[in-house]
Design a protein. Structure first.
Lengths: 136, 136
DNA sequence: TATAATTCCTCTAGCCACTAGAGCTTCAAG
DNA sequence: CTTGAAGCTCTAGTGGCTAGAGGAATTATA
């Protein structure tokens, strides 16, 4: 049996976040001590590790709900898991693409070597959309 | 004089967002019609375009506050503008780096061709951090 | 065993940058 | 002068937490 603090240390998930996951229904309400403190089992630990790991990979809480559900049913086909992951991969890739466009534009405008704001490329670009080179 | 709807169409900023910017103090409270509706001038239009453009480039509202302030003072040196932009560029680059790590990991795990959840690499990876190849 | 230090509890509110909706008023076209 | 679009204010919700108040339980030390 682990206290919430021990669970937190073992998983790297902060205590308020654990309680938040409980509230969101991602983890079951654990048993309580006589004094009403949460007491977790190994099962609770591995479920939270699963969540932690999924969050590290950027899955949303809703995605994780689906993935957790699947993980409880080993006999199911895993195409659902794959489509969640593939969709997420696409999201990540499109975010990367967008950020790379931003990066290019920011690199361009920060090259400015004007002395004051009147002729500064950063300010000028922001003030006048026509100076942009790329769509964003 | 533009109504809020006309301003919205010209800048591409949604109406509630314009009111939100006003509330946040990014744009001045405009004059009102007799019936209490907002009436904007060209100045209001260009200020909002500046904001729109800055948001497109991913600057935070706080950054924009600083950039707007600078843009009102053309005689100031532009090193402040540059440091805001350079900092933002760094943020963007570190976000890209993080997403690329995610992308690599997601690509790896979605290669799984198992039939069911019991042996699915997606689920296994999430359940067991030890199976990860890279830090994330 | 007494006390002190630490951990835990619930509850509310805040973060960012909006977005949605209710219920009402004003404006512009025909 | 009517009608329908556009405007108004106000409140609450989004996601994924995080912070803080004010108190109770647990654990470590004396």
């Amino acid at each position: 049996m682990f206290s919430i603090g021990q669970l937190s240390k073992r998983t790297g998930v902060k205590i308020p976040t654990i309680r938040y996951y409980e509230q969101m229904g991602l983890i079951d309400e654990p048993e309580r001590s006589e004094g009403n403190q949460r007491r977790y089992t190994k099962d609770g630990l591995s479920r939270l590790s699963f969540i932690r790991h999924s969050r590290d990979l950027g899955f949303s809480v809703e995605d994780i709900r689906g993935l957790l559900d699947l993980s409880q049913h080993p006999e199911k086909p895993c195409s659902d898991a794959h489509s969640i992951a593939a969709q997420h991969l696409q999201d990540v890739q499109s975010r990367i693409a967008k950020l790379r466009r931003l990066e290019r534009e920011l690199k361009r405008i920060t090259k400015c070597d004007a002395g004051n704001v009147a002729t500064c490329a950063v300010i000028e670009t922001l003030a006048d959309h026509g100076l942009c080179e790329t769509e964003h």
